[in-house]
Design a protein around this ligand. Sequence first.
Ligand code: PNW
Length: 482
Amino acid sequence: MSNITRRELAQSLVSAAALGAAGAAPIRAAAEGAPKPKARSFPDNMVWGCATASYQIEGAANEDGRGPSVWDTFSHTPGKVFQGDTGDVACDSYHRYKEDVQLLKNLGVKGYRMSISWSRVFPSGKGKVNQKGLDYYNRVIDELLANGIQPYVTLFHWDLPQALPGGWQSRDTSKAFGDYAGFMAKRLSDRVHHFFTINEFVCFTDLGYGQGKFAPGLQLPQNELAQVRHHGVLAHGLGVQAIRANGRSGTQIGLAENSNVYVPVVETAEHIAAAQRAHRELNSPFITAVLEGKYIDAYLNAMGPNAPKVENGDMQIIGSPIDFVGLNVYTPQYVRADSSTAGYSVIKQPTSFPRMASEWLSIGPECLYWAVRNLVDLWKVPAVYITENGCSADDAVTPDGRIEDTDRIMYLRNHLTHLQRAASEGYPVKGYFLWSLLDNFEWADGYSKRFGLHYVDFKTLKRTPKLSAEWYRELIRRNALV
Ligand code: PNW
């Protein structure tokens, strides 16, 4: 106390008094129904939306000529997915897509992020096209547009055609992805203006081929895993080039990536710089490689003899210019500056750190702000979409059929407060896609974890809007925090 001078104390009292005087007016104005102060608003052209993915919602796994994907094989392998759940039926969106478009319309969203099942369109991953599979996506896209909703299309959300030999261990899969991406751009870019090449590299590479928790369930040694990652980013680059070559001019191309988000422990210059450095170095196999067109020394040194084998021209392909970056943001990692060689360290979360219903989903809403800020400060990205954010919750149905998910609203409200901060500081936030429209097949957790704004009864497939759907509709209507 004695270190605070009288002058400082007096000054803070003066400013508190001034705030009090100025503060009186807005309180009256709000009570009179005046517009919300700008401080809570989002940019005028903000695209509000919801996100889903093909294998998680479509079902109809064996219909109209769809070929199996690695997730069909994996989910049908005993012991791989919670209680043996599969995506055979999922939310049956294949047949109920019109109803789902009405759910979107009722929310008032401008955009819908959906993914294409590669093996529905190319049952063998390449070669002969399955017209009936393509027709399904034409119907969905036309239905969205007829309801004033723009489709934002992800080309690969983990459901790799089973028929591709070697999966992502093979470089040919990257080439097959490029061909498929070019084909889809040719067929859809008259109506689809935004494409995401690939969703979340780390999940289908490290979780699929390293830890074995996701399809195809392998546990490869480090050098082979590094090659799988390399084929993932190479596929992205080939996809970007193919969409540019085959899509209409003006088609916007990006990816949907879940970079680790490094949050400075305290907002001081040194911790902010440390978090930014961690962001670049600890995301080096993926977003750093894509945006810099190289594997930085931090990655190559860490991998040593296990570093990926890179062919001539690969890095240029991987670094092909993109129009925007999509970020899937769920959890924070806290970083502080220190005197180690790296100059920073990532702090272990205490066991009491709050979480949502999924074990991995710790709650640190400021991660939404730092995800955007680190990305844009590091690489001057011109446009950012939040392509996923949302949470699992222990949703219960009341006797009169309501789902009062106040915890999900808490999660979303707090995250969006930090997105609003990023936008109001001038970071180029263009849109937000909430994960997810519906409860759905949550990968290895099967149907046990619910992320939807709409509750799905997996026996009847009935959809019921949760309280969070009502809340999101109001936020969209105001284009401001609620
Ligand atoms: C993302 N983790 O996956 C996916 O893009 C969605 O398909 C998925 O349903 C959603 O987030 C919710 O999980 C993740 O273990 C899966 O850290 C697992 C993790 C992160 C993201």
